[in-house]
Design a protein around this ligand. Sequence first.
Ligand SMILES: Nc1ncnc2c1ncn2[C@@H]1O[C@H](COP(=O)(O)OP(=O)(O)OP(=O)(O)O)[C@@H](O)[C@H]1O
Ligand SMILES: [Mg+2]
Length: 421
Amino acid sequence: MITSSVFVHLQRPDNGEWVTVGRYTLTRAEKRIERSIGKFIYAPSYLQAGYPWVIDPINLPRLDRAVVYTAPRYDGLTDVLRDIGPDAWGKLLIQREHHLPATAHEFEYLINASNADRWGALTISTTRNPNPALASSPKLAKIDELLEELHLMAGQKAPKYPALRKRLIKTPSLGGARPKATVQDGDDYWLVKPTIATDVSNTALLEYATLKWGARAQLNMAECRLYQDHARSAVLVKRFDRTGAQRHMVISGASLLETEYPASRHYGGQNQARWSYPLLAQALRRIGAPKSDLNELFGRMLFNALCGNDDDHPRNHAAIWNQQERKWRLAPAFDVVPNISDMPRRLAMQLSANRWDISQEALLADWRYFGFESIIQAEQYRNQKIKQISLAAKVLDDIGLPQEQVQLLRLHMNKTIQRLT
Ligand SMILES: Nc1ncnc2c1ncn2[C@@H]1O[C@H](COP(=O)(O)OP(=O)(O)OP(=O)(O)O)[C@@H](O)[C@H]1O
Ligand SMILES: [Mg+2]
């Protein structure tokens, strides 16, 4: 048995100081068929100080030193620690750099990613020093170099800017499968997602157009910008988990839903039972999000159906702690991209219990979880949102998407409206 342990630190939402919030210990199974055991406990010093912030209101909800939280997913990695580790893209970089086998434990990826660029307000360290690694992100002004280097990395080519390459390899912890990096512009941090060589169309432009489309339909979308020059395009998505040096507490939809994403060998496919909008709405309600967020989630589900985004999996949703309101809130929508090569009839998450299909019945069956007083109110909200989304589609023409894509999206939207009304 190998036992490893790390301190978990939190940047306080009220004054930005770093505090040790707890300790995570992993006892790794020696055989692949066995499960490892991971445990989290809140630090006595954190409890004594009386800090009010739980770092995961669903899975680590009680500020109590007697409670040892055993991690049921990710082969023993605690959910919120999985949230601050890399996904496919970051894992690939770490595997190459540290010669990790494809079977490496999630924990290896967590500790080999630097704290400098982690998602949210948590860091980890082997000592009590929170070690937030304040090294600054590449600046927005250097974005062309950054895009060139990301392009070379995605193609497994030698670096052109070795110092930048080194930095990007050290800070791959933001999730997702596609190449990406963070740039800083004053107090704002932007997630840069380029169109890559293997994309069949300009994915960055499509993501940009879709985020604008949702925003114009009065949905809460992450703010975005487009970078385009003769050689490359990228969408820049403003990070909602950063304001200057302050990191904001966040939690993924996967953690809120008590499900794995992506699912591991132990978990298999069966956990998709919990990939569900009404379950996410219930979790949001449980952690104190207001009714308006539940309505918003319903609107988001509707928008995903209308725009054809079937990559709306649990890790593509999140909640964020709002210190002014002292509340968890639904985070802005991100990673919303229509599946233009195969316009979908189903979503990744259930619209209502056991219903993934995009239909009126599935959309409305679980209306009561989305903050509505009656089904009539849910229908009125649906109708109003459909009108807004439909009108807002004009943005697609203005942004300069290829005409055939705009036609495809409009056709899909109109067919879907018929199915939903
Ligand atoms: N605007 C944002 N602010 C803060 N965090 C974000 C933002 N956008 C994305 N993230 C975080 O970064 C992760 C990766 O981003 P994103 O989902 O856009 O990448 P992707 O590679 O397209 O993902 P996927 O594998 O789902 O296709 C997200 O899961 C989320 O945790
Ligand atoms: Mg994603």
